[in-house]
Design a protein around this ligand. Sequence first.
Ligand code: ADP
Ligand code: MG
Length: 269
Amino acid sequence: MTAAKNTTSSTETVKQITYLAAALKAPRITEAAARLADQARDAGWTHEDYLAAVLEREVSARNASGSQLRIRAAGFGAVKTLEDFDFDAQPAIRTQAGALASGGFLTEARNVVLLGPPGTGKTHLATALGVAAARHGHRVLFATATDWVTRLTDAHRAGRLPQELTKLRRYGLIIVDEVGYLPIEQDAANLFFQLVSSRYEHASLILTSNLPFSGWGGVFGDQAVAAAMIDRIVHHADVLTLKGASYRLRGRGIDSLPSIRTTTSQTES
Ligand code: ADP
Ligand code: MG
C-alpha cells in the first residue's frame, strides 16, 4: 500500500519536474534529475548535493552549447586549438601563449599581435586564442584584414559606419588576420584606423602580420596613419614573434620559401 502510494507520488513528482523544467526552458533538468536521483540515493547525497549536481549538469550543458554557437559564429577558416599547437616548433612563445589562453587579456581589453613569416602558425594561434575566448563566454569575430576593410567600406558607403563600429564593440574579440598580405588603400586605411580607435581600451583585437611594424606604413599607404594605429594597438598589447621555417614545409626537404631564397641570394650578390 505504502509502496504503491510512493510510486504514485514519485510519478507525480517526475511529471511536475518535467513541467517545471520546461517552464524554466531547461529541459535537460528532467533527464539529469531522474538519472542523478538513483545515484544520489545509492551514494547517500544530501538534498543540497543533489540539487547542485542537477543544476551543474544544466549549466555546463548550456556553456558547452553557448561555446559551440560562439565558435561557429566567429567565422574561423578552420577551428584550431592550443592543444593542437606544437610548441616545440615555437618554444619562445610557449609561456606567453599559455597565459593568453586564460582569457585575462580580454577583460582588460588588451590586444595581441602575432608577427612572423608565412607558415609559422600565426593564423593557427589567433584562431586558438579566439576559440579559447569563445569558451570563456566572449563573442568573437574572425576575418582577414582585406575582409574587414570590405566590411567597413560597405558600412561607410551605406552611411552606417558609426552603427557598425558600435555593433562590433559588442564583440569582446575581433581577429584581423593577414595584415600586410595585400596593400590597403588610403580611404580604407582610415576606416581601419577608426576600427582600431573605437576598440582602444574598450575591447580586444588580435592582429597577425608577416611584416614587422616598420613595414605597416607601406601596407596602409600612409606612415602617419600606420604610426597612430600601431601606437593604439601596442599601448596595451602582447606582441608574440614567431620564428623559423614554415610548419607547412616541415619534413619536405624544403628549408625556405622561394621568395626568402631570392631575397637571400640578392643580398649575397
Ligand atoms: P601562418 O598564418 O603563420 O602563415 P598558419 O597558422 O596558417 O601559418 O599555419 C600553417 C599550417 O601549419 C596550419 O595548418 C597550422 O595549423 C599548421 N601549424 C603551424 N605551426 C604549427 C605548430 N607549431 N603546431 C601545429 N601546427 C602548426
Ligand atoms: Mg595565416
